[in-house]
Design a protein around this ligand. Structure first.
Ligand code: PML
Ligand code: MG
Ligand code: MG
Length: 253
């Protein structure tokens, strides 16, 4: 079967690289029969966005020649912090289990707290040098094993959690944290109205944290890598290696 990577990005005030404000982005890896459907969904997603109206929209479709790998879906763990302070305390404790220090975590919170408006991807931070090695890094070329996706939808529906934001973020986190060299990820939404975020790693799973940021604020993602020298192989994994997210969904309340 042939696979196709589809990605979308939309901005207002021109393209992102010319200072446009990020509105929406999306990603999928699908067989040919699904392309039309996805194009329509991406068009709708970009055009009905709370962040406003785009004047730049780019949708790229690319046939995949490499072998598609299967990576395991991260287990979903639900937490219920009542306040932003509680959510950040929890996140700090969870990330600490992956050896990330309080200071490194606070620096990442600061990055997400004051994001530039044209940011559309993640900051990659190296834990050995404490430096931001790259910014605006986007993970691409991933999609769902359809059986896994159907099972996930059923599981989330039963838990009263049906939410495309969650499944899209979970697919991304599953690809990102399967990357050799990536230690963990931190995310809160760049959408001002959406205050839920997560921390994730292959050891922690996808730890979902409501109230991660105050309403009205932007956000983004941080990927921590072990060593700065791993950056090229990490970027290759994130951008080039096609992955389908598979396995049996797990929800821990
Ligand atoms: C985003 O805006 O795409 C990030 C959303 C992260 C949290 C998704 C969720 O679990 O609800
Ligand atoms: Mg990893
Ligand atoms: Mg977003």
């Amino acid at each position: 079967m042939n696979w196709y990577s589809i990605r979308m990005r939309a901005a207002a005030g021109g393209p992102h690289e010319k200072g446009g404000r990020h509105i929406s982005g999306a990603e999928d890896l699908v067989p040919e029969t699904e392309i039309e459907d996805r194009l329509f969904y991406f068009w709708q997603k970009a055009s009905n966005h709370e962040k406003g109206k785009w004047d730049f929209l780019q949708i790229t479709v690319e046939k995949i020649d490499e072998r598609v790998q299967e990576v395991s879906l991260l287990p979903v763990k639900l937490f219920y912090p009542a306040t932003t302070v509680d959510a950040r305390k929890l996140a700090t404790e969870l990330l600490g289990r992956n050896g990330i220090t309080q200071r490194q975590i606070n620096s990442a919170f600061q990055l997400l707290e004051n994001p530039p408006q044209d940011i559309r991807g993640a900051w990659v931070v190296a834990l050995d040098s404490n430096r931001v090695v790259r910014e605006n890094v986007r993970a691409t070329k991933f999609g769902w094993n359809q059986t896994t996706y159907q099972q996930l939808r059923e599981m989330l529906t039963c838990a009263g959690l049906i939410n495309t934001r969650l499944s899209e973020a979970l697919a991304l986190a599953s690809k990102v944290n399967a990357c050799p060299g990536i230690v963990a990820e931190l995310c809160w939404s760049d959408n001002p109205e959406y205050t839920t975020g997560y921390v994730a790693s292959s050891r922690l799973g996808y730890c979902r944290l409501p109230n991660f940021k105050p309403i009205g604020k932007g956000g983004g993602r941080v990927f921590w890598i072990e060593k700065e020298e791993q950056i090229e192989s990490v970027l290759h994994w994130l951008r080039e290696v096609p992955c389908l997210i598979g396995g049996v969904p797990i929800l821990q309340k």
